[in-house]
Design a binder for this molecule. Structure first.
Ligand SMILES: [Fe+2]
Ligand SMILES: [Fe+2]
Length: 152
């Protein structure tokens, strides 16, 4: 696979972010609807957790090996530090969801993960990516090397 340009890489990342956001929204809504309808919430809770464990957290880990180190200097260093803390918060909330035995607790926890993830995504799309694209010493395509966890 040829190395993607900065613009192609940023486009693929944003598109993958939108897919992750929509997939999470869908699963959190299914959990909420199960609880509202008085159905057992466990299958929907497990579906949210499976998505988080197999898609969302691997995405965050892949970023920590690629674009975050590239942004962890100069003007974007504090942004990246804050975003690393958000990854830790996400991981802690996922553990909280795993431990949620009550339906209402599971819905609250899943909704918090969704809100946290969506505000995190906008920092990546609107602050970090433009800064990395503007940095002539960074090649997003080379950095990502086809990482499917980030490019989709
Ligand atoms: Fe991230
Ligand atoms: Fe991301």
């Amino acid at each position: 696979m040829p190395t993607l340009t900065d613009a192609e890489s940023a486009g693929a990342i944003r598109e993958h972010h939108a897919e992750l956001r929509d997939a999470l929204r869908e699963r959190v809504a299914a959990l909420r609807h199960a609880v509202q309808a008085g159905r057992p919430h466990e299958p929907a809770q497990r579906a949210v957790l499976t998505f988080l464990d197999t898609e969302l957290l691997p995405h965050a880990a892949a970023e920590e090996r690629s674009i975050y180190p590239a942004g962890d200097r100069g003007l974007t260093a504090m942004l990246v530090q804050a975003m690393l803390t958000e990854h830790k918060n996400l991981i802690a909330h996922v553990a909280g969801l795993r431990d949620s035995a009550e339906a209402i607790e599971a819905v609250g926890s899943a909704s918090a993960i969704q809100a946290l993830f969506e505000s995190h995504l906008s920092k990546e799309n609107d602050l970090l990516l433009p800064a990395l694209i503007a940095d002539p010493s960074v090649s997003l395509g080379a950095l990502l090397g086809g990482m499917h966890e980030i490019l989709g």
